[in-house]
Design a protein around this ligand. Structure first.
Ligand code: SAH
Length: 360
């Protein structure tokens, strides 16, 4: 994995690291030691690697980048303990991640890109476009940094933060390999969810890998016309193609698809929408996650009323669809994708109810 001229050590698989050590004339077991320091003991730097000779860490320093994130800010929700982290990358860019505590374990929502170029109308992450892709190590390190700071194991990872993971496909795959590696943090593939706005060829490519991860599709609308109004990616891929790609994913992996559906008042939350949604996905082995849209300042979209959300859910249930309404975690801490990063960048706007745990 190259960053400029230097390789990024934490983005290498164990096999790749072994090749590197071999090329340097080092003993093969050094690769294992380095790998364990990085991916099991979550070392923040070479100085922690007490069983590795100084000469080797010096050679590594010369040759490789060692990715860590600087924690710029942590906000904790007074409502549910959800924490939102703002991290700074080596080049100064900012990304955000969310830590949520559920009964069944801790979950981290990570970003896959700095910004996004997909242009979904209701999303704050895409307002300034795409800055760059994240490296595999920069995706991993969001989980590692949070694990270090909370002192608690992360059991679930969702790639649902800023960015379109399928638009950073190779790094995403490398990230999945590293995260689920039994020699590393060894998070089960089944506990990993990747969310996409629906880049059909990539969904099919992912299916061909036969992984046991969950694929979440951001559907949000039940006709091509409505979807195009919300999501520019719908100009490239029709609902029919999307549904075929979802069936293909299920066929290749046996994993049921999650459809995400953000409810926007009077836009996609009517009875008719529910009826059309049922006929669109009936017969698919799937699950629907309803998300009351999180309004962003830059857009006029309004959250569906509670009664409308309930009515929508009931309708789907009666139609035989497996459905849940996503609990709104961290509403008081800029919960919507990309809001914290934007607010932090705008010096004049002070975030609302901040509970500051750590300052720069
Ligand atoms: N690019 C990927 C993953 C990041 S977005 C994707 O599109 O799936 C994660 C989820 O949050 C998507 O379903 C997205 O549509 C949704 N989302 C983005 N902004 C939102 C908002 N303001 N309110 C509710 N859901 C939002």
């Amino acid at each position: 994995m190259e960053t400029g001229y230097r390789k990024d050590l934490k983005s290498l698989t164990l096999a790749q690291l072994q090749e590197e050590m071999e090329a340097l004339g080092e003993k093969p077991f050094r690769a294992r030691q380095l790998y364990e320091w990085m991916h099991v003991k979550l070392a923040e730097g070479y100085e922690e690697m007490t069983n590795i000779p100084h000469k080797l860490t010096e050679r590594c320093r010369e040759r490789y980048d060692y990715t860590t994130l600087k924690t710029v800010r942590v906000q904790e929700s007074g409502l549910d303990g959800t924490r939102k982290y703002l991290f700074q990358l080596r080049d100064g860019n900012l990304i955000e991640s969310v830590w949520m505590r559920y009964k069944h374990g801790n979950s981290v929502c990570i970003s896959s890109q700095v910004g996004c170029r997909m242009g979904c109308r209701f999303c704050a992450s895409t307002l300034d476009g795409l800055e760059r892709n994240l490296l595999p190590s920069e995706m991993l390190e969001q989980i590692y940094a949070i694990t270090r700071q909370t002192g608690e194991r992360v059991s679930n990872v969702v790639v649902m933060g800023t960015g379109e993971p399928m638009d950073n496909f190779d790094h995403l795959l490398q990230f999945i390999t590293l995260l689920t590696d039994e020699n590393g943090l060894h998070i089960s593939q089944r506990n990993l969810t990747v969310s996409t706005c629906g880049i059909v060829p990539r969904m099919r490519q992912l299916a061909d890998r036969h992984l046991q991860i969950t694929l979440a599709l951001s559907l949000h609308a039940v006709t091509d016309e409505k979807r195009k109004a919300l999501m520019p990616v719908a100009d490239s891929y029709s609902l029919e193609e999307l549904m075929e790609a979802c069936s293909y994913y299920f066929g290749q992996t046996g994993r049921r698809i999650t459809f995400e559906y953000s409810l926007v008042k009077d836009v996609n939350d009517t009875d008719e929408d529910a009826v059309q949604l049922i006929s669109l996905i009936r017969g698919q082995n799937c699950h629907v996650n309803l998300i009351p849209v999180n309004p962003i300042r830059e857009r006029e979209y309004v959250q569906s009323r509670r009664q409308a959300v309930e009515a929508f859910r009931n309708k789907l249930e009666k139609g035989g669809i497996n459905v849940t309404v996503r609990r709104e975690m961290g509403r008081d801490i800029d919960g919507a994708c990309g809001q914290l990063r934007r607010r932090y960048s705008e010096v004049t706007v002070q975030p609302r109810t901040l509970h500051l745990l750590q300052s720069p």
